[in-house]
Design a protein around this ligand. Structure first.
Ligand code: OAD
Length: 244
């Protein structure tokens, strides 16, 4: 990792698990346990019952606002400071990488705190300002309902973000896949692209994934422990003690 000119890190929901944010597949708790994410995170679900989908996202937003970045997020920010060729691509929509100090984070699945107009010929974007509203706001540009600015099942990824991630994957010497089940495409494809170029594939995940068998190095543990250990091994301790 220290020798690689370009390092690509792909993070998933597992990195935020230690901040108390349930992974996508564990997300249906309490009031929401009778739903499946696949039944709520779709354009069809929003068209059918916009209030229900909106309220689920409002609940998830409040959960994230009350959470804090964990040592895994902070270690990734520290690694970026000492490895200038490192790029962080995330499937997470919670913004915890940015709150931990990571810069230039490529968000493949959008951001929970943005809203986007649901009208396909408008797509106006605006920050979400009200965490308590129980109905979606109206688009200031065209009057249609605003929806959370995240990628839903069956939708394409933001083109510019995906293009940057693919370019980074084709040029990196090492890809670190952390906290992702590596089953959601096209994000999961980046690791296979890297594998085909002959670059080194490293995985951090307490569970096995489709990548585990082909990875060159596997750390089968929590990101909040493994990432700080990698940071300590690779990067000299900064004077502000940020490694701890
Ligand atoms: P998943 O919920 O599919 O997988 C989370 C992964 O994190 C699992 O493989 C866990 O084993 C692992 N994990 C759990 N705790 C961990 C820890 N402490 N340290 C490291 N790993 C841990 O989440 P993603 O792979 O991010 O897409 O899912 C990708 C996408 O699937 C999400 O972005 C979402 C969902 O459909 C959209 O919303 C478009």
């Amino acid at each position: 990792m220290a020798a690689a000119r370009q390092v690509l890190v792909i993070s998933g929901a597992g990195v935020s698990a230690e901040s108390g944010i349930p992974t996508f597949r564990d997300a249906m708790q309490g009031l929401w346990s009778r739903y499946k994410p696949e039944d709520l995170a779709t354009p069809a679900a929003f068209a059918r019952q916009p209030e229900v989908v909106w309220q689920w996202y409002q609940w998830r937003r409040r959960l994230v606002v009350d959470a804090q970045p964990n040592p895994g997020h902070r270690a990734l920010a520290g690694l970026q400071d000492c490895l200038p060729g490192m790029l962080l691509v995330t499937q997470n929509v919670d913004g915890l990488h940015q709150r931990a100090g990571s810069k230039d984070v490529i968000e493949l699945h959008g951001n929970l705190f943005e809203n986007q107009c649901s009208a396909s010929d408008c797509r106006h974007m605006a920050p979400n300002t009200d965490l308590e509203a129980t109905t979606p706001p109206l688009c200031p540009s065209c009057g249609a309902l605003m929806r959370p600015g995240v990628v839903w099942f069956g939708e394409g990824l933001p083109e510019a973000a995906l293009a940057r991630a693919r370019q980074a994957a084709s040029g990196c010497q090492l890809l670190l896949s952390v906290g992702t089940s590596a089953v959601v495409y096209p994000a999961a494809d980046l690791a296979w692209m890297v594998k085909r170029t002959g670059a080194v594939l490293v995985e951090i995940n307490p569970e096995t994934t489709p990548l585990t068998a082909v990875a060159d190095f596997v750390f089968p543990g929590p990101a909040g422990e493994i990432l700080p250990a990698i940071l300590r091994a690779l990067c000299p301790e900064p004077s502000d003690g940020a490694h701890t």
